[in-house]
Design a protein around this ligand. Structure first.
Ligand code: RP5
Length: 166
């Protein structure tokens, strides 16, 4: 938990249709006890409100954006307009092109617009939250310990089923 208890991560998605995917990020932030806010805003449909969210983010205690968007997914570039925040983009799986459209539009940011692009879909949403925890954990040992514990438990689960020839 942050010292102030204020949200440190902003999960933003372009549409409510992205929520089933982005719940994987919400679940991970809950596991790490990282306070968060969730907003639905679109870089294309609500550009002014999206920019306002980015502008106000730092003053509101936000350190990391996780932006989920599909198709021509500009949202991950809009949210990090807040210069002191870090941003991950989660490409949504789309019915038209399977998410390759989302992936390429998020990963191919022009120079000067850093966005950490994750895998397509739920795995990407989960990884964006773990990445956020690792970033926050650099200045918060309690969060970093939770990430370490998570990874240890994950490894133990794999190793518990490692010998299939018994
Ligand atoms: C994007 O357009 C959203 O992130 C969503 O993935 C996609 C489709 O949105 P809807 O038409 O389902 O609202 O902005």
């Amino acid at each position: 938990m942050s010292e102030t208890g204020k949200p440190q991560v902003c999960i933003v998605m372009g549409s409510t249709s992205d929520l089933p995917t982005m719940e994987a990020a919400i679940d991970m932030l809950k596991e790490f006890d990282i306070p968060y806010v969730v907003r639905v805003l679109s870089a294309h449909r609500t550009p002014n409100e999206t920019l306002k969210l980015a502008e106000e983010a730092m003053d509101n205690g936000i350190r990391v954006f996780i932006a989920g968007a599909g198709g021509a997914a500009h949202l991950a570039a809009s949210s990090p307009a807040a210069p002191r925040c870090r941003s991950s983009g989660v490409p949504m799986q789309t019915s038209a092109l399977g998410g390759l459209d989302s992936l390429l539009s998020i990963v191919q940011m022009p120079g000067g617009i850093p966005v950490a692009t994750t895998a397509i879909g739920k795995a990407g949403a989960k990884n964006a939250a773990i990445l956020a925890a690792q970033m926050i954990g650099l200045a918060d040992p309690a969060v970093m310990q939770k990430v370490i514990d998570f990874k240890k438990a994950q490894a133990e689960k794999v190793l518990a089923n490692s010998y299939l020839d018994k």
